[in-house]
Ligand binder design. Structure first.
Ligand code: SF4
Length: 365
């Protein structure tokens, strides 16, 4: 059995780490690229949202490298995600790709089914070893996020554009290769020390923007057109509503690894959206309120075109914008989106925030 899974930002490091800990054979698909997208667009339904098309491309590219079993997340609606794994399986079958598919419904909703499916994957490994594998993968995600948060803080301040990203890339490679907790700790400390020594422009005016939206688009730089790096170049410190380690902690570990001290996003969203609308629509609203209360100067929502939960959130955001007087922009992405178009929009948005700030605090610019 050669296992593969879809790409979603740095998730491959975590998934590969967990599976290899269990001595399972893993084929990581090539990083998502224009080729991946064009394969997905060719074979995916036209009106499917972008994650389905990219995932389809990932699976076909992984098959070319010898993968024969797909591990995928299922869903419980109300958006299309609940259907995606089945749709993808049928498309692959129709195209003649011989794949076994293991679809995992969310463990917090279908724990029995989740355990049965997990048994098919883990083979003779004990449950204790599985627990250790999840813990090790989670630790990798924590290392990635610790470094990533530092990178997000430094990008807008570095004197030589790209220095921080070189360190980040190298750290990701090392975390991916790490085989023990000790090496993870050493890699994290070394990367943080290197980042600490990056020359920064202390006088540069930096604004803080919160990135909100659907998880796949938020975490996958190929799909979000590298928005975080582009914002960093424009002097913006970015914080996202979703980080991989937090997602794993809340969805796979039921908050067992870490209790969040902040007010939950569902509480913050309550006055505006008091129920689950699928995907991350409620998170988008909750974090919009949270970021605003924390003093962020702007918010950008980013989502796949036709993403139902984010369309719901999009319709509520104007209320938050007028109540809190905070600029908010929404960007939808699909296979026709271009980086140049996205950069033009964020440049205008950042300019607007800076002008607003100059009018409110005339001596700060
Ligand atoms: S959350 Fe949005 S992008 Fe993801 S499957 Fe649902 S509708 Fe599609």
């Amino acid at each position: 059995m050669k296992l593969t899974f879809p790409h979603m930002g740095n998730m491959y490091i975590v998934a590969k780490g967990m599976l290899e800990y269990l001595d399972l054979d893993v084929v990581v698909p090539p990083f998502s690229s224009k080729r991946t997208l064009s394969i997905g667009v060719k074979y995916g339904p036209e009106f499917a949202c972008l994650p389905l098309k990219i995932n389809l491309g990932n699976f076909i590219e992984a098959r070319e490298l010898g993968a024969d079993t797909i591990i995928m997340a299922g869903g419980v609606g109300p958006c299309r995600f609940g259907l995606y794994a089945q749709v993808e399986r049928e498309i692959l079958e129709d195209l003649g790709y011989k794949y076994e598919t293991l679809i995992f419904e969310p463990p917090d909703k279908h724990i029995g089914q989740f355990i049965t499916k997990l048994k098919n994957v883990i083979g003779s490994n004990s449950w204790w070893k599985v627990f250790q594998a999840i813990k090790f993968g989670y630790q990798k995600s924590c290392a990635v996020d610790t470094i990533e948060r530092k990178v997000q803080r430094l990008r807008p301040r570095e004197k030589k554009v790209g220095t921080v990203d070189l360190i980040y890339k190298e750290a990701l490679r090392s975390i991916d290769a790490a085989q023990s907790y000790q090496s993870l700790e050493e890699i994290t400390s070394l990367a943080l020390a290197k980042l600490e020594n990056v020359p920064i422009d202390k006088d540069r005016e930096v604004i803080k923007i919160g990135l909100l939206g659907e998880i796949f688009v938020l975490l996958e730089p190929f799909v979000n057109l590298d928005i975080e790096r582009e914002l960093g170049r424009l002097g913006v410190e970015v914080t996202r509503s979703i980080y991989l380690s937090e997602w794993i902690n809340s969805h796979l570990l039921m908050n067992f690894a870490k209790k969040d001290k902040k007010k939950p996003f569902s509480e913050l969203a309550k006055p505006y959206l008091n129920y689950f609308v699928g995907g991350h629509g409620r998170e988008t609203i909750g974090y919009a309120v949270g970021f605003t209360q924390e003093g962020f100067q702007g918010l950008i929502q980013i989502a796949p075109l036709t993403c139902m939960p984010e369309i719901v959130a999009h319709n509520i955001l104007p209320k938050i914008r007028s109540e809190f007087n905070i600029p908010i922009m929404t960007i939808y992405v699909d296979e026709h989106s271009s980086q140049a178009g996205m950069v033009t929009r964020i440049e205008a948005f950042v300019d607007l925030i800076k002008r607003q700030k100059a009018l409110t605090f005339p001596n700060t610019l």
